[in-house]
Design a protein around this ligand. Structure first.
Ligand code: ZN
Length: 345
């Protein structure tokens, strides 16, 4: 066994489904999936069935999330009509950003009216990032709006080669912009749909081999700042139906997939720590978790799905894949949560 000590990992983009869709996941099961994968701090998205667009809904989530085994924080949401709530939400220590859905996705928070978008960009106090689900043209528009309003912009789950180019240019032009990439977009292309059916269905969809190559290049050269899982659990029945729900799980596999990338020479170990910890900490101004670390067996391998899952979704697009790097220990603020690879906390 070759134990390697690393910082507790951060995931700034998860959907833990509580309240409103706890048949898919809840804060407790989602946190079990997180710590199993070495993640000690994660930020939950606002697109619940009743979206997190008011302080009342935020308070409810803060309370419910206390059953989590790791730290769970929040991005606030907007439908373009809750402008009065935005400064109040931004002032809350539990809130790390504002999420805007510029393309259609799960939930009812799509904003495509330019007047509403202007209102949101001018009402969110400058400081904490605005996160966008923005593909293609919508990303170009988001970059323009962020520039006009002096906002920090985080591009969620970047997928296309042309989007990597847009972020690269925006960085060159001095915009305060960051981007996250999901392991499924790094590892899979549209071809996976044939084999995995519903388990390869998500938004944004899997790209082309050229997109995939651009994502790896962007991750290595710093254009893409971090790995975010977009952990978006659905039940197996929802994924196996004719029109599968959008989204795949990711919390239990992201570290090992990135450790594989280190072994395969796609990124360095130092870069892994940046993209799974330090960049997120800096960009989202995440407080230090005292006496928090993980230990991974860097030589062990494991097979995804063998021995089951912690996520209620009970599935992974990487099921059956043998991955290197096993999370053996997780300590959060001095308390052991994972020991010998099993959850104890
Ligand atoms: Zn998402």
């Amino acid at each position: 066994m070759a134990l390697k000590k690393l910082p507790g990992l951060i995931d700034v983009h998860v959907h833990l489904r509580e309240p409103g869709a706890t048949q898919k996941e809840d804060f407790y099961t989602g946190s079990r999936a997180a710590v199993k994968g070495g993640i000690t701090f994660m930020i939950d998205m606002p697109n619940n069935p009743t979206p997190t667009i008011s302080i009342e809904r935020l308070d409810e989530k803060v309370e419910l999330s206390k059953k989590g085994l790791c730290d769970i924080r929040f991005h606030f949401g907007t439908n373009g009509k809750n402008l009065d709530e935005l400064p109040k939400a931004a002032a809350r220590p539990e809130v790390f950003g504002l999420k805007i859905y510029c393309n259609h996705t799960t939930g009812e928070m799509l904003i495509d009216d330019p007047v509403l978008l202007q209102g949101v960009y001018s009402s969110w106090p400058v400081g904490k990032p605005i996160l966008v689900h923005a593909e293609g043209e919508q990303l170009a528009q988001a970059i323009t709006l962020a520039t006009t309003h002096g906002q920090r912009l985080h591009v969620c789950h970047i997928t296309q080669a042309s989007e990597v180019e847009m972020v690269r240019d925006a960085k060159k032009n001095g915009l305060s912009i960051s981007a996250g990439v999901c392991p499924h977009h790094l590892y899979m292309t549209g071809e996976a749909r044939e084999r995995l059916k519903g388990f390869a269905v998500m938004k944004p969809p899997l790209g082309t081999p050229e997109d995939k190559a651009a994502l790896w290049a962007g991750l290595a050269d710093g254009t893409i700042d971090m790995v975010e899982t977009d952990h978006a659990p659905h039940t197996r029945a929802e994924k196996e139906q004719e029109n599968p729900s959008f989204g795949v799980t990711g919390l239990e596999t992201s570290f090992s997939l990135m450790w594989k990338a280190v072994q395969d020479g796609l990124i360095t170990e130092e870069r892994l720590i940046e993209v799974m910890y330090s960049a997120a900490k800096k960009i989202f101004n995440i407080p230090e978790q005292e006496d928090t670390y993980i230990e991974v067996d860097s030589e062990a391998t494991w097979v995804v799905g063998e021995g089951g899952y912690e996520t209620k979704a009970n599935s992974s697009p990487f099921e059956g894949m043998e991955l290197p790097g096993k999370v053996m220990t997780v300590v959060i603020r001095g308390k052991k949560v994972v020991e010998d690879g099993s959850i104890v906390g």
